[in-house]
Design a protein around this ligand. Structure first.
Ligand code: ATP
Length: 328
């Protein structure tokens, strides 16, 4: 592996709070080690379009507390094609880039792996930047904690209304194919039920759970539902349940949606992003490539990109069992 001198950082896929803190840490540690550091605008799209510019320490001043990403992000269908990736490679060569730090979710790291297999002369480190927390090899991804806190605050507000009106609320939170946000929001928000794609809960079980509450005169409840569940979407679920459980005065649905993506990152996400961004540069300097830098049991952990994107990561069964018991 050649010496690393010129590194480019980018964010890609869905934005996640804390991405800016990660960019800042990558830039500052790179400069600390006398590397030249570049920012690529709009993820793979900017790589293809040549939107690559030199970054200095002042470019990342005053961003640690901001949500979104100052480098912008994009979904880029052209990068799925060999021609698109070739254009991206040529732009990197033009700028003499010898290493990349890719911050994003499963798709972004999958793209990084594909690129690495075709152009192994460019070293790549991935950082888990997604509110979904669905990447294997890290206990937490950048943005997850903030998204859970935002959803929890929404649930706290809904609780006031639910209680005052004796209502059953179904609250849909984000997380395509991943129940992490729903499960953690459910536990933190004291929900009466949590429905996630990783679990085979059926309508009968949900009805039983709610009836357990109404039997002891609990006349409001909040059920947290992940974006995709095996029982259909949140609206059809609410309709089916309202026909079976008649004790509530009303049944309502709230979809929190994109509110969960934005906002200032929590202290946890800022620290996590700073640690991972810092260690992305450490990993490159140590000669590492094609790994995702994550955190496991409070220790920095390197996982091959291939494993990070392909191995399943599911919420622990024990946590789910606990959530159901505490929901009663
Ligand atoms: P989030 O978890 O927030 O959805 P993500 O990183 O998974 O973020 P995607 O839209 O799935 O977001 O992927 C981001 C981009 O990565 C895609 O638009 C595409 O350019 C690139 N990408 C995804 N999969 C591949 C692949 N198999 N090969 C090449 N590029 C890919």
């Amino acid at each position: 592996m050649k010496d690393i001198k010129r590194v480019a950082v980018f964010t890609s896929g869905g934005d996640a709070p804390g991405m800016n803190a990660a960019i800042r840490a990558v830039v500052r540690n790179a400069l600390h080690n006398d590397l030249h550091i570049f920012g690529i605008q709009r993820g793979y799209q900017g790589m293809i379009d040549g939107q690559i510019r030199r970054l200095e320490t002042s470019d990342v001043s005053n961003i640690i507390h901001r949500g979104g990403t100052v480098l912008k992000t994009a979904r880029c269908p052209e990068f799925l094609t060999p021609e698109g990736r070739k254009k991206a490679y040529e732009n990197l060569l033009y700028n003499d880039i010898d290493a990349l730090v890719a911050i994003g979710g499963n798709g972004t790291l999958g793209g990084a792996l594909q690129f690495a297999q075709e152009y192994p002369d460019i070293a790549i480190i991935g950082l888990p930047g997604t509110i979904d927390n669905d990447l294997y090899g890290t206990d937490f991804s950048i943005g997850f904690d903030t998204a859970v806190n935002t959803a929890m605050q929404a649930v706290d507000r809904i609780r006031d209304t639910a209680d005052s009106h004796n209502r059953l609320f179904f609250v849909e939170v984000m997380g395509r194919n991943s129940g992490y946000i729903a499960l953690h929001t459910g536990i933190a928000g004291g929900a009466g039920g949590v429905i996630i794609p990783e679990e085979d809960m059926d309508l009968e079980e949900l009805v039983k759970l709610l009836k357990r509450g109404t039997a002891r005169r609990k006349l409001f409840s909040i059920v947290i539902v992940a974006e995709e569940s095996r029982m259909g979407n949140v609206f059809s679920l609410a309709e089916q349940v309202s026909k079976r459980v008649e004790e509530y005065d009303d049944v309502r649905v709230t979809v929190i949606g994109h509110l969960q993506r934005g906002g200032s990152p929590t202290a946890f996400d800022r620290v996590l992003a700073s640690v991972l961004g810092f260690h992305a540069i450490e990993a490159l300097l140590a000669g590492q490539t094609n790994v995702m830098v994550g955190i496991r049991n409070n220790q920095v952990h390197h996982t091959p990109l291939e494993e990070a994107i392909s191995k399943p990561k599911k919420p622990g069964k024990e946590l789910l069992r606990m959530a159901h018991i505490l929901a009663q």
